[in-house]
Design a protein around this ligand. Structure first.
Ligand code: F0G
Length: 365
């Protein structure tokens, strides 16, 4: 039986590795493209969710981390460092463990979800909480890697972008071509940069090849639509945000490192980058779990929130193929599911252990 071999082995000819590279992998990638029935019905387009929470550590970061840690090993590094809102640290910690490297993570104090913190601790990373936001953590991580023998594995490392572009390849390989629109949350803007790179590479290959000589590569590139949280939307405002704030801690970032390439991805693809409020994010989070059967963390729902918002404004075309990447698993930050829409607390009913009581509680009596 065929087992998915991780993104480096599956796409080796399209990544900066050789046959001698020692590949560090946890089997990332190959994530499902799930038909989103309710969103398709709402929009009149065929909508799919690229469910990146199905990666080994529960987020899309694993695609980039397999490449970054592989590159670190190849460079002879003994230790890696990253700044993180949580998912990158969980991923770096896991892959560094497999490679036998030390891992240090810098996180904004009190602003990372418990699931992510647990992962970094479980994998034995050195966790340094910084009194500051992600942007401050990244600045320190960069300086640390310049002055000390530690290898930086944030997405400013080009190996990360290389690995993450495989999500675009998988989307095309599954659909048989690029979608019309690909939507995702945007924080530090590495992922939208990576998708654009992947889509461009596939389309360029098609253009340079004689017709029919290559297997499923894209005949075109999609529009990329990115959504930031309204309280952390520097790319929408056109200037850095010094005090980013949002319930979606994953994307609580005020000065994205991949700013220019995100703007290029937006403009070259004919797409857009817009903002969604925390209420819109939480409503989309609820929509995904209660209507599509897909449980994500709040930040991951920003793309869906964006599509719902644009649909309400009459700006989502019908009859198209739309892929929305949902970036991280709901179990990373499960507390949000326990709140009602108006801020109350959900408490499951409690009854005696007899059939009649249970049936009554279920409204069957
Ligand atoms: N969604 C999730 C769940 C994330 O964790 C992140 C980024 C993003 C979206 C945004 O992706 O930064 O490439 O634009 N998380 C980083 C981290 C910053 O440290 O885990 P981006």
């Amino acid at each position: 039986a065929h087992q998915w071999r991780g993104v480096i082995r599956e796409y080796a000819d399209r990544l900066p590795v050789t046959e001698h590279t020692e590949i560090i992998t946890l089997g990332e990638g190959g994530t499902p493209l799930v038909h989103a029935k309710a969103l398709s019905e709402l929009t009149g387009s065929t909508v799919y969710l690229k469910v990146e929470g199905m990666n080994p550590t529960g987020s899309f970061k694993d695609r980039g981390m397999t490449m970054a840690i592989t590159a670190a090993v190849e460079a002879g590094a003994k230790a890696v460092v990253c700044a993180s809102t949580g998912n990158t640290s969980a991923s770096a910690a896991a892959y560094a463990t497999q490679a036998g490297l030390k891992c240090a993570v810098l996180v904004p104090a009190g602003k990372i979800a418990m699931g992510k913190m647990s992962q970094a601790i479980a994998h034995g990373a050195e966790i340094i909480q910084i009194n500051g936001n992600f942007d401050a953590c990244l600045e320190v991580a960069r300086k640390l890697s310049e002055a000390y023998p530690v290898f930086l594995v944030n997405s400013v490392n080009p190996a990360r972008i290389q690995g993450q572009k495989t999500a675009a390849f998988e989307t095309v390989d599954f659909l048989g071509d690029a979608p019309d629109i690909h939507v995702m949350p945007v924080g530090n803007a590495g992922n939208i940069t990576a998708y654009w790179k992947g889509y461009q590479e596939y389309a360029a290959e098609y253009e340079s090849a004689a017709a029919g000589t290559l297997p499923a590569v894209a005949t075109r590139t999609p529009q990329l639509w990115g959504f930031q949280a309204a309280g952390a939307a520097p790319l929408v405002l056109g200037h850095p945000v010094t005090e980013p704030e949002t319930v979606a801690t994953a994307i609580r970032i005020g000065n994205p490192a991949s700013w220019d390439t995100a703007i290029a991805a937006r403009d070259e693809s004919g797409g857009l980058i817009d903002a969604v409020t925390d209420d819109e994010i939480l409503a989309a989070h609820r929509w995904l779990s209660s209507r599509e059967g897909v449980f994500v963390e709040p930040g991951s729902a920003a793309g869906v929130a964006g599509v719902i918002k644009k649909h309400a404004a009459g700006e989502v075309p019908e009859g198209k193929t739309i892929v929305i990447t949902v970036t991280g698993h709901g179990l990373k930050d499960p507390q949000w599911a326990l709140r009602t829409e108006d801020g109350g607390e959900v408490t499951p009913v409690k009854v005696d252990f007899d059939v009649v009581s249970v049936a009554a509680a279920l409204g069957l009596e």
